[in-house]
Each structure stands twice: as structure tokens, then as C-alpha cells.
Design a protein around this ligand. Sequence first.
Ligand code: DAH
Length: 340
Amino acid sequence: MLEEMIQQILNGCSEAVSKAQNTRELIEAKVKFLGKSGGLTMLLKELKNVPPSQKPAMGKRLNDVRGHLEEAFARAEDSLKTKERAQRITAETLDVTLSKQSTEYGALHPLSIVKNDIINIFTGMGFQIKDGPEIDFEYYNFTALNIPEDHPSRDSADTFYINDKMLLRTQTSAVQVHVMEQQKPPIRILCPGKVYRPDDDATHSPMFQQVEGLVVDKHITISDLMGILGEFAKKFFSSETKIRLRPSYFPFTEPSVEVDLSCSMCGGKGCRLCKGTGWIELLGAGIVNPAVLDCSGIDSTEYSGFAFGMGVERAAMVKYGIPDMRLLFDNDIRYLKQFR
Ligand code: DAH
């Protein structure tokens, strides 16, 4: 009677094992036959009704059957798992030849490119990079630069004041003074940074960037200024570019000059870009006014220097023929992309 039931279970199991399509079905079958309330467990409970003389043999028989079935299930599970893994790998295969939508690469803003180029050229000529505060004392921005009390640039229509004594610097020339107070000659520095003025039109922005250059040493003359700026123009614009100096006026330099570039479009013949003159205005410069040296604690009878100040936006506009400064601040990706 018990043996008959054993046979049923054995047959049932072997049928279930061969039918199972996946591990889930197999485990369900295993629970059905070997689980806590499964068929075989039920049979083990029947043992108590078996006559004592047959009990050991029947107990051993049932245990052997359990061992046999567990092995059969384990083997089946192994092979189903292998099969399933293979199926999963096939299903998950990536087609690496499939083209995808390409992502855009970021790039430096043209003003950063231009500023970095300027910095690289001057550091290549031995200039040190110096920073100064954007919120500064009136003293550094004006007074120490020999700008008189009644100079129009000090007017509140031309300068953003924070209070009586402090302002948003209007020129990186202010950094000259900070450096000269702390460092004695020889000085050869370039000060890039943001400056602020209440102007806003196609060629002016309330915030723009300048680089200030300052060289102070014994026997510095205007030839040194011409040599350095001529070299810069060739490196930054083209090897054909020439510079010319035009007399000008700044309180902090004497003599003062405007530095013009030969027009890259017409080569000096005169065109739309240079408004027919053959030259394009680039920056202001000059021989440092002895009063400025003395004010910052440098003996002007022993030392002399030259200085220059250049607008980064202006340099970018000249270099790339950009007609309106606002194009550089609108941040229209389609426009900025061209400079990559
Ligand atoms: N600071 C002047 C400006 O903002 C530019 C300048 C002119 C700087 C002559 C200089 C210089 O150092 O010598 O317009």
C-alpha cells in the first residue's frame, strides 16, 4: 500500500521534472512533492501506522526516496538555470553598431578663450598674473592713479559707488597700485579681471573685462612698451600685424598713447572694418607717471615703467570681427558655437 504511493510520487516527480519549462515551475513541483505539506512528507507521517517490524525498512526506503528526489530536482534546477542564463544573455545583447543621438560637447566661452590666449602670450614673455579686488577703495581706483578729485570719470554717472570711499572698480589699473605697494621692482605683471561702469550699448557693457599690464624696472622706456605690445599683436592677431602709437592722455601715464593695430581685413589700405583708416584702436598705454610710482612707494628717480590696459571684449571683437558686444553676453549657443 505504502509502496504503491511511493511509486506514484516517483512517477509524479519524474513527470513534473521533465515537464518543467523554467525554475519557477520546477520549484513549485518540488514544493508540491517534498515541501512541508508535500506528498512525501505526508507519507512519512503514515509511518506511524506501519507495523513495528517493517518500520525500519520502510523508514530507510522513504529516506532513500527523498534523497533520490532531491538529487533529481537539483540536477534539473541546474540545467534549467544554465538554459535561462543563456536565454537572458541572448535577450540582453547590445547592438553596438546601432547609431544613437550624439551628445553635444561643451566648450569655453569665446571671452574665456581670448582671455586665456592673452594670458598665455604675456606669461610666455615673463609676466606674472595678479588679482585685485573688484570692490575697491576710491583711493586705488582713482587717487593713487593721479586722477584728480574733479575728474569726470569719478562722477557717480560714470562709477558705481558702494559708499563714500568704496566702489566697483572701473579699471584694472587699480591692481597696479596694490601690487606696487607690496612688491618692489623689477615688476612685470598682468592683471586680468572684471570692471564695472554704468554704460550699456553695442560697444559697452556695465560689466566687462580688462587686462592691465605693468612693467617697472631701471631704464624702462617707450621702446620696451613698443617691443612687448608689437610682439603681443603678432602672436594674438597675425604675424603680419603691426602696431602704431598715437599720442593720448591718461592721468596715470606720461606720455600716454593709444595703440592701434594695422587692419587685418585690408592690410592697411582702408576698408569698412577700419573705417577707411587702415588702423584699428586696441588699447591705452604709456610711461607710468612718476607721481604714481612715488605714491606707491617706488622711487621714480631710480625706476621707470610702462603700463597698458586692454579690454578683453574689445580684443575679441577686433579679432573675430564681432560687430555688437551684446552678442558675447546673450549666450545664444548657436552663436557661441562658432568659436569652438
Ligand atoms: N585704465 C584705462 C581704461 O580703463 C586703460 C589704460 C590706459 C591703462 C593707459 C593703462 C594705461 O595702464 O597706461 O581706459
